[in-house]
Design a protein around this ligand. Structure first.
Ligand SMILES: [Zn+2]
Ligand SMILES: [Zn+2]
Length: 256
C-alpha cells in the first residue's frame, strides 16, 4: 500500500473525474491520500471530499501566500474534524517577495507570525505539521527548532537544503515528490541519500510538479509510483520495500 501524503485533490482540476483519479491510483496500490488544505476559501472542499471518501484525509492550515487571511477562530472547527490529521500546509515562502525593502520586512514578519502561531497550535493539539519551505530554509529552521513540539511533521518543497536535515532528530520527515525524477534535480539527488530512511515520505503535490515521464500533464496520486521508483534506485532497495518504508513512516507520523 502507498500513501500520497501531499496531494491537492480539492483543486478544481479534479472536479470532473475525482472518482477515476482515485480508481487509477488504487489500481497502482496508492490507497490513501492527504489533502493539505491551506486556503481558507477552499478548505470546505477538502472536508467534503474527506467525508465522501474514506481513504481521503486532510490537513487544515494557512499557506504562507495566504498569511494575511490567517484566523484561528475560523480554522478551529476544521482542525477538530475527525479526518484532520495535521496542521498545514504552513511555513515560509520567500520566492515571491515584494520589491521595496520595507514591504519585504513586513511580509516576512507576517509570514513568521502566522507560521509560529500554527506551530504552537499544532503542539497544543499534539498534531504534526505539514511545512512548506521555499527559499526560506534558514528562518524556517530557526523557528522550527525554537517552537516545534514532539509531534514534528513533514517538510515539503524544502529546496533540498542539507541544512534542514538536522530537523530529522526533531521528528521531522522529508516529503519526496516528482522533483526527484527531474533531470535538473542534482541538488535533491545529492542530499537524498543523507535523509534517514525512517524519515522518508512520498508525495505528489498534485496537480503540480508532475514527475518524469509525465511532465506537462496534470499530476495525479498514481504517479507516486514514479517517485518511488526513483527513490528505490537511489536507495538501492526494491520498489516494494520503498513503498513499505514510506507507508510505515506516514502511518506513524499521521497516526493513520
Ligand atoms: Zn507547498
Ligand atoms: Zn502543496
Amino acid at each position: 500500500m502507498i500513501i500520497d501524503t501531499h496531494c491537492h485533490l480539492d483543486d478544481m482540476r479534479y472536479d470532473e473525474d475525482i472518482q477515476e483519479v482515485l480508481a487509477r491510483a488504487k489500481a497502482k496500490g496508492v490507497e490513501q491520500f492527504i489533502i493539505p488544505a491551506a486556503d481558507p476559501k477552499t478548505l470546505q472542499r477538502a472536508v467534503n471530499l474527506s467525508e465522501r471518501f474514506d481513504e481521503i484525509y486532510f490537513a487544515a492550515g494557512v499557506h504562507p501566500y495566504d498569511a494575511s487571511n490567517y484566523d484561528r477562530a475560523f480554522l478551529e472547527p476544521f482542525v477538530e474534524h475527525a479526518k484532520c490529521v495535521a496542521i498545514g500546509e504552513c511555513g515560509l515562502d520567500y520566492y515571491r517577495l515584494p520589491k521595496e525593502p520595507e514591504a519585504i520586512e513586513k511580509e516576512k514578519k507576517l509570514q513568521k507570525e502566522v507560521f509560529i502561531d500554527q506551530i504552537l497550535w499544532a503542539k497544543e493539539l499534539q498534531k504534526p505539521l505539514i511545512v512548506h519551505i521555499r527559499d526560506a530554509s534558514e528562518d524556517s529552521k530557526e523557528i522550527l527548532e525554537e517552537y516545534a513540539g514532539e509531534e514534528g511533521g513533514v517538510l515539503h518543497c524544502y529546496n533540498a537544503d542539507e541544512s534542514l536535515l538536522s530537523l530529522a532528530s526533531r521528528n521531522f520527515y522529508f516529503g519526496i515528490g516528482g522533483v526527484l525524477t527531474f533531470k535538473n534535480a542534482k541538488k535533491l539527488i545529492n542530499s537524498y541519500p543523507k535523509i534517514p530512511k525512517e524519515k522518508l515520505l512520498v508525495e505528489t503535490d498534485a496537480p503540480y510538479l508532475t514527475p518524469h515521464p509525465h511532465r506537462g500533464e496534470r499530476n495525479e496520486p498514481l504517479y507516486t509510483t514514479h517517485v518511488l521508483e526513483k527513490m528505490s534506485i537511489l536507495s538501492d532497495i526494491s520498489i516494494e520495500e520503498m513503498a513499505k518504508i514510506t507507508t510505515n513512516n506516514a502511518q506513524e507520523l499521521f497516526k493513520l
